[in-house]
Design a protein around this ligand. Structure first.
Ligand SMILES: O=C(O)c1ccccc1NCC(=O)[C@H](O)[C@H](O)COP(=O)(O)O
Length: 262
């Protein structure tokens, strides 16, 4: 494996640290809106649905290149109509073509809880995300040391924004719990090599079931069988982006998966 491939996550985090050091603190332009309950959306039992879905919007990704849908608000509205439980918005610009403005616009257009999916490196960014109106943030255990991870989980609790703490291995999932995480995501994508294997989540999630408030299987999920396997492993929700965004109609693609049609 080439160095850039093996080091993708590390490179993103190095860039994020440089960006944070070079900018001024973000100030919200409007009062923080009442937050929407992300944890409840992940754990709500919805009869007839295979699993709760956090449906993702992004313009591109390092592994997937450009996606055909650039109007993220329209896609998010279609996800809501199709039965998504929450929406994830990539706010990283360089690798995903996103922004905080996207997050605000998507949130204003729908009534579901919205996850800020980014590569946050410091408690300041947790506080900024909450002030700007994110209902939830993603933290990546594989890339954060124990101290900063625990500080960021604590910052999220203090400013009442839900923290979904993601890990790619059992070891990092244990670190996430030790840091105080209540919502844990197992990412099937190895963020060093970018390859996905859904068995990653299927193996780790059952070991966490009694220790987390909600569990999420992330990345590489494409079929209703994948959804059912994630649910059977103990996942409350799945996080799905690319397989929906490759469809000419992402909302219809989600509705088909939730309804079980081929
Ligand atoms: O998706 C990438 O290429 C990627 C590269 C480097 C860091 C993170 C990356 N993706 C973040 C995610 O894990 C996904 O956006 C998310 O879990 C949805 O996955 P998918 O359904 O496979 O789009």
């Amino acid at each position: 494996m080439s160095a850039p491939e093996t080091d993708k996550l590390a490179l993103i985090f190095e860039r994020k640290r440089r960006e944070l050091a070079a900018r001024k603190p973000l100030v919200a332009r409007a009062p923080r809106p009442p937050s929407r309950d992300f944890a409840a959306a992940l754990t709500r039992h919805r009869p007839g649905l295979p699993v709760n879905v956090i449906a993702e919007v992004k313009r591109r990704s390092p592994s997937g290149g450009d996606f055909p849908h650039q109007d993220l608000v329209a896609v998010a509205r279609a996800y809501e109509a199709a039965g998504a439980s929450a929406v994830s918005v990539l706010t990283d610009d360089v690798d995903f073509g996103g922004s905080l403005e996207d997050l605000l616009q998507v949130r204003a257009a729908i009534s579901l809880p919205v996850l800020r999916k980014d590569f946050l490196v410091a408690p300041q960014e947790v506080e900024e995300s909450a002030a700007l109106g994110a209902d939830a943030i993603l933290l990546i255990a594989d890339a954060l040391e124990d101290g900063p991870l625990a500080e960021m989980v604590a910052a999220a609790k203090a400013c009442r924004v839900a923290a979904l703490v993601e890990a790619h291995t059992q070891e990092h999932a244990e670190r996430a719990l030790k840091a105080g995480a209540e919502l844990v995501g197992i990412n099937n994508r190895n963020l060093a090599t970018l390859r996905t294997d859904i068995h990653t989540a299927l193996k780790v999630i059952p070991t966490l079931r009694s220790r987390a408030k909600a569990l999420v299987a992330e990345s590489g999920l494409k079929t209703r069988e994948d959804f059912a396997a994630a649910r059977a492993s103990g996942a409350d929700a799945v996080l799905v982006g690319e397989s929906l965004l490759r469809d000419a109609e992402p909302g219809r693609a989600l509705a088909r998966l939730l309804a079980g049609a081929p």
